[in-house]
Design a protein around this ligand. Sequence first.
Ligand code: ATP
Length: 243
Amino acid sequence: MTIRLHAQGLAKTFTLHTQGGIVLHVFDNIELVVKSGECVCLHGPSGAGKSTLLRSLYANYKPDAGKILVQHKGDMVDLLVVDPWEVVEIRRLTIGYVSQFLRVIPRVSALDVVAEPAIANGLPAEKAKALAQTLLTRLRIPERLWSLAPATFSGGEQQRVNIARGFIVNYPILLLDEPTASLDGANRQTVIALINEAKTRGAAIVGIFHDAEVREAVADRLFEVTPRSSESTTRSIPEPTRA
Ligand SMILES: Nc1ncnc2c1ncn2[C@@H]1O[C@H](COP(=O)(O)OP(=O)(O)OP(=O)(O)O)[C@@H](O)[C@H]1O
């Protein structure tokens, strides 16, 4: 099976500049390989760094050390050294990300929010909207809501719009941050089906699934993220130089 994502020696700290320069060591030496058709579940206690790792894999956070190799247009490229415009391209074509919360864009309808990534990938608008309708129907978003901006939608409705947006493109790599957190049983089953369909077409998936039923239905293996929070240190701040 093709390796789609390979994180090597990843380390991440946060420096809390507003709190005396305290340095939080979140994780280090992360080695994660994800192949085509495989779903890996990030696992570990609250605060261990699962979301931080997932966001790092999407280049939302910049790790302090290591590489994030992703297969993009046939080549392995390191997400941590590419130019910002390439990150935009990699996100458009190669890596999809479903966060727990929808970033609501005022006045843009739910249908257009979902269709947008497909249009950005070159699908004609009419086809993209037809695909968006199919996904919104599968995720039980009532048709009367399709033309409305999702700002006023319930938490679960917003999450389902976000899922439809993440699954409208056949991304080779998919990152899922608790995609079923606010969903009822029927919609959880739909998300399980969408994830398994993505695996069947060869997507490499990394996810955080707190729900055991979802985890068991989609994950091929667990990847343990171990907390390092007890090792926070204070980075010394240089004394101000006197005139
Ligand atoms: N932007 C940030 N700035 C500073 N510290 C952060 C930031 N994001 C996360 N942290 C810290 O990093 C650690 C890991 O947080 P993270 O959200 O990755 O954990 P998690 O394993 O996803 O937890 P949970 O299961 O509760 O969602 C926590 O101690 C958190 O306080």
